[in-house]
Design a binder for this molecule. Structure first.
Ligand SMILES: O=C(O)CCC(=O)C(=O)O
Length: 278
């Protein structure tokens, strides 16, 4: 999936784009699952961890978002729990293995509004090591004015203290946070748009600033994101109250800090282990 040059450009830029991440025959069936999920139809009977948008309930100009759709839908699960994607993420991260922390089901129809620039790692003090590496899969071909993912090149190397926080959904200026961050560290802002065919996408570093603009095109922008932590990650109780800790710390056990594989399964590990049953 990744050539040596891909790994090198990931290390330099904090992201890399790839033309093919999933087999083309999965694309249309996955779009159909998106329709069902946003209608509130959950195949397994289990609700996703975060249902931030539902048909007829929420503002149609917002980007539709569900987190951990894999728990609700088997086709989404078979895509985001893929061992090859887990191996690619672990390789880029330098981890012995990768476990899923969260998936992100995102649908930005024509005219839908932006998602503010942010750094994923800034929300994750609830586990350690506090590191996330992600794989963003486009189900539609993406173009710069179609609200595709944008990433600030090299920003994974910027200092992390005093990062500005902003709105995630539909801020007035979706680039305000990254612009302020670049000024604060004296870095030149170089924003790249992820333009890939359907089925392609990108990998990004958890400290890379990223977000996406309004969809000014006449095509839908659907994407499925796999957000991973190291297979070695453990809960960090001191950070439960911050970021998205209040949602995911509910899976912590009473007697130890292990991240239960029923909720955070291991997709790939370099000794051949993979969580049974997924
Ligand atoms: O798809 C987008 O517009 C944003 C996705 C995102 O924030 C992420 O993958 O971490």
């Amino acid at each position: 999936m990744l050539a040596v040059e891909d790994v090198e450009s990931f290390l330099a830029d904090g992201f890399v784009t790839v033309d093919s991440l999933i087999v083309p025959k999965l694309i249309e069936p996955l779009k159909e699952r998106f329709e069902r999920l946003f209608r509130g139809e959950f195949e397994t009977g289990t609700a996703p961890d975060e249902v931030n948008w539902l048909e007829e309930r929420d503002d149609p100009t917002l980007t539709r978002q569900i987190c951990n759709g894999w728990k609700a839908d088997r086709l989404i699960a078979s895509t985001v729990l893929n061992a090859h994607l887990g191996e690619a993420v672990a390789t880029l991260a330098g981890w012995p293995g990768a476990r899923i922390v969260q998936d992100n089901v995102l649908w930005k129809p024509p005219g839908a509004r932006s998602l503010g620039f942010h750094r994923d790692n800034a929300y994750l003090t609830w586990y350690a090591p506090t590191e996330m590496f992600s794989c963003w899969i486009a189900l539609d071909g993406t173009v710069a004015d179609g609200g595709t993912l944008e990433i600030a090149r090299g920003s994974h190397q910027w200092p992390t203290e005093a990062d500005p926080f902003g709105e995630f959904h539909a801020p007035d200026d979706y680039r305000a946070t990254v612009t302020a961050a670049a000024e604060a560290v004296g870095a030149a802002l170089d924003i790249a748009a992820v333009e890939v065919p359907a089925g392609g996408g990108s990998f990004h570093h958890g400290w890379a600033w990223h977000g996406s603009g309004p969809n000014r095109s006449d095509r839908h922008r659907r994407s499925l994101v796999l957000h991973c932590a190291s297979s070695e990650a453990r809960f960090n109780r001191d950070g439960f109250g911050q970021g998205n800790g209040p949602v995911y710390s509910r899976y912590a056990r009473l007697t130890d800090d292990e991240m239960d594989e029923n909720h955070f399964p291991i997709l790939w590990r370099n000794d051949g282990y993979r969580t049974p049953g997924i």
